[in-house]
Design a protein around this ligand. Sequence first.
Ligand SMILES: Nc1nc2c(ncn2[C@@H]2O[C@H](COP(=O)(O)OP(=O)(O)OP(=O)(O)O)[C@@H](O)[C@H]2O)c(=O)[nH]1
Ligand SMILES: [Mg+2]
Length: 309
Amino acid sequence: MAKKSAFIALLGRANVGKSSLLNSIIGEKVAIVSDKPQTTRTRIMGVMTKGEDQYVFIDTPGFHKAKNLLDDQMNKAVSTGMNDVDAAILVVDAAPSFKFDKENLPAAETVLLDNITAKKLPCILVINKIDLLPEKDVLFEIISAYTSKYAFKAVVPLSAKTGDGTGILLGELSEFLKPAPHYFDDSDYTDQPEKVIVSELIREKLLKLLSKEVPHGIAVDIERFFETDGKDGEPIVKIDAVIICERNSHKGIIIGKDGCMLKRVGSMARHDIEEFFGTKVALKLWVKVKEDWRNRQSVIKSLGLDSLS
Ligand SMILES: Nc1nc2c(ncn2[C@@H]2O[C@H](COP(=O)(O)OP(=O)(O)OP(=O)(O)O)[C@@H](O)[C@H]2O)c(=O)[nH]1
Ligand SMILES: [Mg+2]
């Protein structure tokens, strides 16, 4: 049988569950997830190969109104994520907390649908978080509001959290496979280098433990990262990471009283990184202030957060 592949962009506004869906499909934690909007900052590829068929999913940042240069770069990553794909999945939120209004779809979704239309992209509508829907009737309202705006190839209500419905989505995606060589090795599951995965796991803990604007102004830079033999002769991965924040007051919050916040972040991140590598990890964290870095192109670029990343 000939090899086939399909490139599929995951699009949607922030916090609808694009990265959760990616992880659920791939069966590995490829992209970090949080309950705060704008968690994903770059394009992230997740790969699933089944026999002769390879699917490459492109997770994108939540499309949103830009307030700084980093936001601009994130929105650009959404546009570039739509280039050269065979199809798109528009993920929308069915959770009652989102307060769905059939007359006024969120502006970000309208813009995305305009772009999908302009690019003539075949698109599947995924209605996520159905596990939170007590009354399934509202699903019909959601479906009719979106399908009146675009001729979706299919509509799939699902839960990225429970996995309910993801099998149906995969069945629909097989329509987009085209005869083509595999772009990734069959054992690959992401394009993200280990160093990036490590920095993202640390940022995920900061998103979890910190509130308000502090976590949004954080980036994590891995300064040293190497494997060596520990005292017991077992391999150990040593990591030095710098948490970059925007203000001195944020630095104090990140470190916490007697360093307790930084210790919590470190121990939670170390746990996940050890699971990822399957070895012991020694993680050292520092905090540095880079004033207004989200508006500084040179810093954004040096952190690999420009839209080409
Ligand atoms: N109950 C429930 N929660 C979900 C589901 N999918 C995602 N979530 C939650 O929704 C929140 C946002 O999930 P993410 O996967 O980070 O969303 P995203 O669309 O990638 O967000 P951005 O990267 O900010 O654009 C997290 O708290 C997830 O745990 C689901 O099917 N059910
Ligand atoms: Mg995301």
